[in-house]
Design a binder for this molecule. Structure first.
Ligand code: G4P
Length: 534
């Protein structure tokens, strides 16, 4: 059923109150701090500082490994659910480092909205811009949080202009900062006509809120010193003239972003942002599948895997597939169809991630993220349904840009290395190629740091020290075409053929010229730099 005014389906209340989103930002802008404050206000953690370990670990490579060692934290941070006022928030974490963008891009397919955090002094940085572009490809609604206003930051208009120009999106201020740096004292809440005053003494305290009847209310002068008040009035007047008012539909279409100013570390502006997510949404959205559009209010359950995390508990070699539910009301024990293999799967121990804890999910609704423990059956891109063959669209697979061969420094452990590599390939952490001739493996990644992380994880989780070395190849292309033509090609090009972890043939080379030659000489074959993850 469609709501007549919004043309959106009327959702059951449990789905209607769900908000599933991610935070995108450049490293250091304050994502971890903001996440922590979300959890604090969501009642998921008692004290700020619990997700801090991640923030501190983020900076250097070796520290990052440390974070990976501490799987408890990094994994529970992959998806976190908590209640805030009348809403149920599912916050999906995106790794910050650019080498992990592949994972980040996939994560963004599982959410309905993104919060873009920018540093008030630095504005739109490279990683923010990249991630923003991904969101834009899906017309995803974006809420902006301009952080670190307690430090010297740029002029408010400059920040807004930069976002409008660099990202080509309309910006509508939801709040307006009063003073900057040491003088920053809070914001005028333009949506609710309130004065929000920051408490510098206690970083975890909620800001003092003063109801104001408008900018000409004499109460303002009681709280704001004259020189700041004058600037505020002048700027807000200009902002109202020059900047667009918040248009809910434009926000939902992804062409306008509301912006809040604040200081995550001082807990300032965070609740207003959370209220924004709650009030503006979006609610769980209709999802495109190759076959049809899937609406969240459909009775039957459906969902797709957007992330697989292996070895959460190294002793058990378990894997968790993170599933975004797209429709229906899921109940524990349900039997769902694994669309790729057409086999039924009883989902006996689905998990819900609550801050640093995971617990059995007795039920879940469209919009939620659940974790399904499995032994490798579930892969990224897989769909689960109540029988219908649905293939959810838009889960990107990236062409590996860097190839290296890998071997165990202890030859006795070569066999175990196969297993470890296959597992990481299933996780989507790397692409794996087995050359048709010779032993060993070639690993393909998108960013160089991934090699280091892989080496560290293989050693840590499997006890196998490995060495990555330059490969003789620099490009990999998947081969498609009629079987007989494919076989003939493979036969005469054995030295250039490898198989990925699904057993599909790949053409490997170091020369673009080679690729051009194959395309010219074998018109029946198709060479692709990515492989659909469906
Ligand atoms: P990230 O996850 O986006 O990489 O950023 P993170 O939250 O870890 O924050 C990066 C740094 O910025 C941290 O400082 C953090 O304390 C600081 N920060 C976050 N929000 C604010 C804010 O509103 N105001 C100010 N002034 N600083 C903020 P650090 O010194 O690198 O780490 P730490 O020693 O404080 O943990």
């Amino acid at each position: 059923m469609l709501d007549r005014t919004s043309n959106q389906p009327v959702l059951p209340p449990e789905i209607d109150r769900r908000r599933t989103f991610a935070i995108i930002s450049h490293p250091d802008a304050g994502k971890t701090t903001l996440t922590e404050k979300f959890l604090l206000y969501g009642g998921a953690i008692q004290m700020a500082g619990q997700v801090r370990a991640k923030g501190e670990a983020r900076r250097t490579r070796s520290d990052f490994m440390q974070m990976e060692k501490d799987r408890g934290i990094s994994v529970s941070a992959s998806a976190m659910s908590f209640e805030f006022r009348d809403y149920w928030f599912n916050l999906v974490d995106t790794p910050g480092h650019s080498d992990f963008s592949e994972d980040t891009y996939r994560t963004l397919t599982a959410v309905d909205a993104a919060i873009m955090v920018i540093d008030g002094a630095k504005g739109v940085e490279s990683q923010t811009q990249k991630l923003f572009e991904v969101c834009r490809m899906r017309d995803m609604p974006i809420l902006t949080f301009c952080n670190k206003m307690d430090r010297e930051s740029r002029e408010t208009f400059d920040i807004i202009d930069e976002i409008q120009e660099n990202l080509a999106i309309d910006v509508s201020p939801a709040s307006w900062p009063i003073g900057v740096g040491r003088e920053f004292m809070g914001c005028y809440d333009l949506l609710n006509d309130r004065l929000e005053l920051m408490d510098r003494a206690d970083r975890n305290v909620v800001s003092e809120s003063v109801k104001i009847s408008g900018l000409d209310d004499p109460k303002l002068a009681e709280h704001v010193p004259p020189h700041l008040l004058e600037k505020l009035l002048e700027e807000v007047e200009m902002a109202r003239e020059l900047l667009p008012a918040l248009d809910h539909q434009a926000f939902l279409d992804g062409t306008m972003t509301p912006i809040w100013f604040g200081s995550a570390i001082n807990s300032f502006g965070v609740q207003e942002l959370m209220d924004g997510i709650g009030n503006f949404g979006p609610k769980p959205q209709v999802r495109p599948a190759a076959e049809r559009q899937v609406s969240p209010d459909e009775k039957k359950v459906s969902g797709f895997v957007f992330k697989v995390q292996a070895n959460m508990d190294p002793k058990h070699r378990d894997r968790i597939a993170f599933v975004r539910l797209c429709s229906g009301h899921f109940k524990r024990g349900m039997k769902l169809t694994h669309v790729r293999t057409k086999k039924p799967m009883a989902i006996a121990s689905p998990m819900l991630f609550l801050a640093s804890d995971r617990e059995l999910a007795e039920e879940a609704w469209a919009g939620d993220i659940i974790g399904i423990p499995n032994h490798g059956q579930l892969r990224i891109g897989d769909a689960l349904t109540e029988g219908e063959a649905l293939h959810f669209a838009g889960i990107p697979s990236f062409a590996p840009e860097l190839l290296q061969s890998v071997r165990a420094t202890d030859p006795m452990k070569a066999k175990h290395l196969d297993k470890a590599l296959n597992q990481f390939a299933e996780e989507g952490a790397a692409k794996l190629f087995k050359p048709a001739i010779g032993a060993g493996w070639i690993v393909g990644v998108v960013g160089a740091l991934q090699f280091e992380v892989l080496a560290s994880r293989i050693e840590l989780e499997y006890g196998i020290p490995v060495r990555f070395e330059p490969s003789q190849f620099t490009s990999a292309r998947w081969l498609n075409g009629p079987q007989d033509k494919l076989d003939r090609f493979i036969n005469v090009n054995k030295g250039h053929i490898a198989y990925d972890h699904d057993g599909d043939p790949v053409f490997m080379t170091r020369l673009q010229w080679d690729i051009d030659r194959v395309e010219r000489d074998y018109p029946d074959l198709k060479l692709t730099s990515t492989k659909e993850m469906l």
